[in-house]
Write a protein that binds this ligand. Sequence first.
Ligand code: ATP
Ligand code: MG
Length: 137
Amino acid sequence: IERTLSIIKPDATRRNLTGKINAKFEDAGLRIVAQKRIHLSPAQAGQFYVVHKDRPFYGELVEFMASEPVVVQVLEGENAIAKNREVMGATNPAQADAGTIRKDFALSVGENSVHGSDAPETAKEEIAFFFSGLELV
Ligand code: ATP
Ligand code: MG
């Protein structure tokens, strides 16, 4: 059984889409084992996305992620990392498959409603970034 870190981004929390997005996770067999609403500071958002710091969209991405609250969550299931990315769909909603979160809800390649860890090592790091051991059962 695997765990992955998911973020419901400001464009989605603002439009009250948390429940609809969570329903897609649960329908795909992913269990929400931890979840909280937080408002990232620009410094925290910048640290979370530091891997992208040399990309042209970094400043815009950090500003967006710190603009309004997000919902951070840990999803658990068989192949949770890959399954979550399948449910999320392609980064650019114009390229996302039908029925995916980004196809149904994302506004643009930047405001694309969700984040999901991309590998076991990053999942571990990203979960530890947001959740303490006491918050995870
Ligand atoms: P995430 O890491 O959020 O799960 P991803 O792995 O599909 O998404 P990455 O390439 O890691 O995509 O990019 C991280 C995030 O940066 C994207 O989700 C998106 O919000 C933003 N982003 C990526 N490419 C662009 C772009 N060309 N213009 C604006 N924002 C972008
Ligand atoms: Mg990524």
